[in-house]
Design a protein around this ligand. Structure first.
Ligand code: PRP
Length: 256
């Protein structure tokens, strides 16, 4: 389109794309992960002003740091980022594994650590050896299907949206595939972990076009978040030991 270059360009027009290129829209996972995410941004030096987990607001413009934050369901974060409604997102690896979204995943933020595991009622943990089809209740049907398919175990998957541990207790399923962090919920329901499918932590994801069009600001964000994510507890860039531990106790996982 050579003719575009011949049009006179005003100073305002020259500035507009540069300004747009320097603004980032960031999708944050609401729920248990939000406090830890805000803590990481603050430690990275971003002044988040009124952004608070108590608020019912969903959009938080922070023009002074060139960012607008969206607070969305964890399972929606990859969609916002993939379609470019957000340039960047923070979401659990468990969600990314389940959704196979076309996003760039440059950084493990290392908080919200938990695992995706198979569990069964105590005393029934050997039923995987049987050839008959087993019923598995889960929030993660794709991860579950992949896992059992790879092992040649025939399964019927029952999709649930929460309180997965209930399913074996009432005879709805033989197994569950769910997040485990402390293991307390399993224990409280007489369940035992049979196998760990994968580890999960919070990840930074980036829209592929934003990575090119907003390269400078995206790479600066990655650099700053990487610095605080890899810093050992107690180092100058890490959170004070007490608050970090407290956050880990309160915010147990990467999805909700
Ligand atoms: C998650 C997960 C387990 C529990 C595991 O549930 O689905 O139920 O946490 O944590 P633990 O190993 O530390 O006990 P969540 O609280 O997100 O609610 P949900 O069951 O409604 O999904």
């Amino acid at each position: 389109m050579g003719w575009v270059r011949r049009l006179p360009v005003t100073k305002r027009e020259r500035l507009r794309p540069r300004l747009a290129d320097s603004m980032l829209t960031i999708a944050l996972s609401k729920g248990k992960m939000l406090d830890l995410t805000l803590d990481v941004f603050r430690r990275a030096g971003y002044a988040l002003g009124s952004l608070s987990t108590e608020s019912r607001r969903l959009v938080f413009p922070c023009p002074e740091i060139g960012m607008t934050f969206l607070v969305v369901r964890p399972t929606d974060v990859p969609t916002y980022v993939e379609y470019g409604a957000a340039d960047v997102g923070i979401v659990g690896k468990d969600v990314l594994m389940e959704q196979d979204s076309d996003v760039y995943e440059p950084l493990d933020l290392k908080f919200g650590a938990c695992r995706i595991a198979v569990a069964a009622l105590k005393g029934q943990a050997s039923r995987d050896r049987l050839s008959s089809k087993i019923r598995v209740a889960t929030k993660y049907p794709k991860i579950t299907e992949r896992y059992f398919n790879q092992r040649g175990v025939p399964v019927e998957i029952i999709k649930l949206y929460g309180s997965i541990e209930l399913a074996p207790l009432v005879g709805l399923a033989d197994r569950i595939v769910d997040l485990v962090e402390t293991g307390n919920t399993l224990k409280a329901h007489n369940l035992v972990e049979v196998e760990c499918i994968a580890q999960s932590t919070a990840r930074l994801v980036v829209n592929r076009a934003s990575l090119k069009l907003k390269h400078a600001v995206v790479t600066e964000l990655i650099k700053k978040l990487r610095a605080v994510s890899s810093a050992p507890i107690g180092s100058r860039t890490a959170a004070p030991r007490k608050s970090s531990r407290g956050a880990l106790r309160t915010v147990r996982r990467t999805h909700k």
